[in-house]
Write a protein that binds this ligand. Structure first.
Ligand code: ZN
Length: 251
């Protein structure tokens, strides 16, 4: 199954902005990238309308999604309202009684369970990204950025991960496949205090040095190695001065 992920807004278009300055485009991108990773870990194909903070016009998004022949599309947004107390989750579909509604109900249920927020239900809405695509599409509104409490919550990377996993779980349920939470290798959980998501082999001058793959907050994978291991192998002097918190490597 191929999933189209559409992180709403981006670039010149910030989307809604919260009172502390958090932008809708930042949340949709962070959750979108984490969602893509979770889906890929579960063997699904993923197509993004954007993977960076770039401006992508609506016709470009719909054209890209249509041509990619996705099975379903998830468009990510955050709600805003004049009333700063509004705090519910809602998912929009072009019309009810179709595949999109079934998918929306699975995703909505998982999001409500993961956040504990009020269930705003699944609604019909005329939304351009839906009208122009021929593929079952849902628009997920991840709470209200205009609600200071929800804005604060949304800014936390661990919470963004929670949202991404909830959406991924809903998609997998819709597809009838059990969801596997990305594995964290036991006993190798930390290297410089970072969680290791995946193993990676790093060879330096024909010798293997301990390494791990970490995932950044944006969902990008990076290899992590200990600088002291590299220094040892290259016969360099490695010195750490706790006073000035400075590491010096020299020949
Ligand atoms: Zn939006």
């Amino acid at each position: 199954m191929k999933i189209g992920i559409d992180p709403g807004h981006g670039g010149e278009d910030s989307g809604e902005i919260g009172s502390s300055g958090l932008k809708e485009k930042e949340i949709t991108l962070a959750v979108g990238m984490l969602l893509g990773n979770a889906l890929k870990d579960n063997g699904l194909d993923v197509v993004y309308t954007r993977e960076k903070d770039t401006t992508v016009k609506l016709p470009v998004r719909t054209d890209l999604l249509n041509r990619a022949k996705c099975d379903v599309i998830i468009s990510l947004h955050v709600n805003a309202a004049g009333d700063s107390k509004k705090n519910y989750l809602t998912t929009r579909v072009q019309s009810k009684k179709g595949k999109a509604e079934v998918l929306a109900l699975f995703v909505q249920r998982r999001l409500v369970a993961a956040t504990g927020w009020r269930d705003g239900g699944v609604h019909e809405a005329k939304v351009p990204v839906i009208q122009e695509t021929r593929i079952p599409t849902i628009i997920v509104e991840l709470g209200f950025i205009s609600n200071p409490g929800q804005e604060k919550w949304l800014a936390v990377p661990e919470h963004q991960r929670k949202l991404a996993h909830a959406i991924a779980q809903g998609i997998l349920e819709f597809w009838g496949q059990p969801y596997q939470e990305p594995e964290v290798k036991k006993g190798k959980e930390s290297l410089a205090g970072k969680k290791i998501d995946r193993e990676v082999k790093v060879m330096l001058g024909g010798k293997e040095i301990p390494a791990g793959m970490i995932r950044t907050e944006e969902g990008k994978e990076k290899a992590l190695v200990q600088l002291s291991d590299i220094a040892d192998l290259l016969r360099l002097q490695f010195k750490y001065d706790p006073e000035t918190k400075t590491i010096t490597v020299k020949t």
